[in-house]
Design a binder for this molecule. Sequence first.
Ligand SMILES: Cc1cc2nc3c(=O)[nH]c(=O)nc-3n(C[C@H](O)[C@H](O)[C@H](O)COP(=O)(O)OP(=O)(O)OC[C@H]3O[C@@H](n4cnc5c(N)ncnc54)[C@H](O)[C@@H]3O)c2cc1C
Length: 458
Amino acid sequence: MTPTTHARRTARPTLDGRFVLPSDAGFDEARQAWNLAADQRPAAVAVPVSAADVAATVRFARDNGLRVAPQGTGHNATAIASLENTILLKTSQMRGVSIDAANRRARVDAGTLWMQTTGPAHEHGLLALGGSAPDVGVVGYSLGGGLSWLGRKYGLAANHVLAADVVTADGELRHVNAEHDPDLFWALRGGGGSFAVVTALEFRLFPIAEIYAGAMLWPAERAPEVMHAWREWTQTVSDDVTTSARILQFPPIPDIPEPLRGRAFVAVDGAVAGDPQEASGVVEPLRALGPEIDTFTAIPAPGLQHIHMDPEAPVPGQTDHMMLPASPPAALDALLEVADPASGSPLLMAELRHLGGALASAPSDAGALGALDGEYQYFAVGIPMGPDVAAAIETHHARTRAALAPFASGSAYANFTERPVDTATLYGADAYRRLRKVKAAYDPEDLFRSNHPIPAAV
Ligand SMILES: Cc1cc2nc3c(=O)[nH]c(=O)nc-3n(C[C@H](O)[C@H](O)[C@H](O)COP(=O)(O)OP(=O)(O)OC[C@H]3O[C@@H](n4cnc5c(N)ncnc54)[C@H](O)[C@@H]3O)c2cc1C
């Protein structure tokens, strides 16, 4: 049904939460995403407080010819191509965590952040497979894949999801798992937000209370030596070890701690699972390079979400990402040439994360994204402080893209893809075909608008 413009502007569902129209006070605050560079322009913003509110929003959208874009925090908001005729459904008021210590499971409400989950799990000596940023949403992260500091040991977080409560396009509430709606359960685990609104998620926890983790930083002039040494070292380490190496240029602003402010570094950070004494030996070859700062030590597991120094509050970010099937020395040289601060790079950070290990092979009960197609992942971010800087960042992303193109697979990982892409590049051909069939079965009218949309099979 095509609604009248008037109906679109004034009609509202009955919610216990909020429903904010463009004409309402507070609309600009309501449409804001975590990534402040995203200028979201939805038809309305729904802020449900319960699964019943979510269902009411979905039914209202369907009855009024609107679409629904679920969003937890908006970390990946810049990937959404358009929110025209779409209700932005923000789950930020649906937060709650319960831990089933005996069965090593967690259950979280849709809008729960990783930093609200790791502490309660830790109280029971358990660890959740969160990523490098504490204020990323558990649901968006897990639906997109979920690359943690234990990724090479345990694989993607999506494949440790055990069940989900969802509202499907027909407005029904369902509990989905391996037995109930198994195709939908498969699609949710890595296939993203195209299929249903998740109202709660259940996932596996691991008996790890303490872990050897941290960061080492050297002055950026040592980037070639350190990055090459790190690459060679990654070829030797076990699946217990998940790390990244990157070039960082900290701006000269008061928010940055004194020893880092206004300086450029090459940094290696990550975690080594297992006995901390042995883990210390594993990072010894890096330590032998004499870092200026070295925070690697045994830490309580929730500390993992701080080692990468990711921003813990909304910021603008303009990013780029590529998958590298391997990273021969020549790939590293190509990256160093464009990422070196001396090259005039305006980027805050240019990073390689080491993949492989359990991230490389799909478990037999995997969801839509069983594994990551690459041995290393490239990710870079610049902070667009004004149009000139934004343009310089974009130019530099293009330059880096060209430099790394000979080494890239052409595929991508949804969570680190922050611009609209052909979503076929995010999955293997069989998985993509199956995702399109699940979309046709559960949301043939394309009610749900995802950051990385899966088109229905025709
Ligand atoms: C600083 C930073 C650090 C990061 N570190 C990591 C990392 O270490 N590992 C990693 O894997 N990723 C990482 N990411 C990427 C992050 O996992 C993705 O951006 C992810 O999509 C964020 O989920 P969100 O819910 O916070 O974001 P949102 O933008 O709110 O959600 C992203 C998408 O998920 C879907 N979605 C969200 N909630 C729901 C729901 N309730 N129902 C249905 N669909 C939903 C929607 O399609 C939505 O567009 C990082 C991102 C940033 C900015």
